[in-house]
Write a protein that binds this ligand. Structure first.
Ligand code: URA
Length: 430
């Protein structure tokens, strides 16, 4: 193992044997955390060639089982985000796309650092289970058409171990390590097609457009190399997505979106990614037709009905659709007010995510219990005009003193005379 670390530390290229040695040895428990930590940091600093990244991904994939979804009819299409703040896109998207007859086998993750996790958000719905057996997952895909679940026991076990180590060794935001982590799970999940939502900006792991494009190309390239129809959308994460940050609050916003009352940016992203999924599944010939089809399924209520069916199939209480307040609600609501007249020029997504985490909505340590009720709801976003005393956002908390959170938020929101408008969809990588 010292030789492997030495090769990478000196900027060399790891051989297939070296990659298989460390991935398989670490998964089996033969190599200690401290040596893999050193190697991860060397990879972080020196990078990997495309060949090394591909070999690492395939070795991680083969560290566990692969789902075979060939018995489910139709082109199966999944979506994966690289992680953001207020990013609840997957939650309304899966039932929306399933409502037009496309099977959506979605394997999602939990929150990481300042970013929220789809599985954590769904668990705010009373009774809903995200850990289900492979047989139930397939049955639900047949009966309902979509499922959002955690990776079952033996999907890419190498990623589970390496991911946990990256989280505590500050090696998350590395292009080859993210690419290996995401694509080993996605290839193992048996999907035919995949849309990747690669976030860019302050709240994303990739802060610059160039790094986000490089990551997107890496992800799409690995997908295509195994015959998966993959493409990526680069979307903005300089400010939170939508108006809600926090587990139950984001479910409430997802329900509102499927009722036709969602925030414009979230709706735009859901329809942009959704149209790509519809075209990949051959249910429409062009993106415009696909977008109209999806909007129609929001307008006629069929996407909302599909969401309710999915919730019930996963053991959740479907009445949440009519009555979102049956999810945990915070005791205290505290507004953050505009200190002057002007326009919002900055609302840093990463710091808003940290604020929600400090309230108990995210984990600071691996086994922290989440408070589903807490978070932030935004009344203003970048570019919006404000008058002194207007509410910019509301803190939802179960503790009365939130001065620490308030300070952090106030330090990361700016009001000026003119705002540079933020573009939501930066690029599409095919
Ligand atoms: N999502 C993943 O699944 N893995 C990463 O490394 C980052 C985001």
């Amino acid at each position: 193992m010292v030789d492997v670390i030495d090769t990478k530390r000196n900027g060399g290229e790891l051989t297939t044997e070296q990659i298989e040695f460390f991935i398989n040895g670490y998964t089996k428990g033969d190599i200690p955390d401290y040596q893999v930590s050193a190697l991860l940091m060397a990879i972080y600093l020196k990078g990997m060639t495309k060949q090394e990244t591909a070999t690492m991904t395939m070795t991680m994939l083969h560290s566990g089982d692969q789902l075979d979804l060939s018995e489910i009819p139709g082109v199966k299409v999944d979506k994966h985000s690289t992680g953001g703040v207020g990013d609840k896109t997957s939650i309304p998207l899966a039932p929306l796309v399933a409502s037009v007859g496309i099977p959506v086998p979605m394997i999602s993750g939990r929150g990481l650092g300042h970013t929220g996790g789809t599985l954590d958000k769904l668990e705010a719905i009373p009774g809903l289970k995200v850990e289900i057996s492979e047989a139930s997952f397939k049955q639900q895909l047949r009966d309902v058409g979509c499922a959002i679940v955690g990776a079952t026991g033996n999907i890419a076990p190498a990623d589970k171990k390496i991911y946990a180590l990256r989280d505590v060794t500050d090696t998350v935001d590395s292009i080859p390590l993210i690419a290996g982590s995401i694509m080993s799970k996605k290839i193992a999940s048996g999907t035919d097609a995949l849309v990747l939502d690669v976030k860019t900006g302050s709240g994303a792991f990739m802060k610059t457009e160039a790094d986000s494009v490089a990551l997107a190309k890496e992800l799409v390239g690995i997908g295509k190399s195994v015959g998966m129809n993959a493409m990526a959308v680069i979307s903005d994460m300089n400010q939170p997505l939508g108006n809600a940050i926090g587990n139950a609050l984001e479910i409430e916003e997802s329900i509102a979106l499927l009722k036709g009352n969602g925030p414009a940016d979230l709706l735009d992203l859901v329809l942009t990614i959704g149209s790509q999924m519809v075209v990949m599944a051959n249910k429409a010939t062009d993106l415009d037709a696909a977008r109209k089809m999806l909007q129609q399924h929001i307008d006629d209520g069929s996407a909302l009905t599909k969401f309710k069916e999915m919730i019930i199939a996963q053991g959740g209480d479907g009445r949440v659709i009519e009555n979102p307040t049956m999810m945990p609600q915070a005791t205290y609501q505290m507004p953050i007010l505009a200190a002057r007249d002007g326009v919002i020029t900055k609302m840093k997504a990463d710091e808003m995510g940290i604020a929600a985490m400090m309230l108990g909505g995210g984990r600071q340590k691996k086994d922290d219990q989440l408070d589903y009720a807490v978070g932030l709801t935004l009344s203003k976003k970048v570019g919006d005009e404000v008058h002194q005393g207007d509410t910019i956002l509301t803190i939802h908390s179960n503790r009365e003193d939130v001065s620490d959170v308030q300070q952090l938020i106030e330090a990361n929101i700016s009001i000026g005379d003119e705002a540079q408008p933020l573009t939501l969809i930066h690029e599409v990588i095919d």
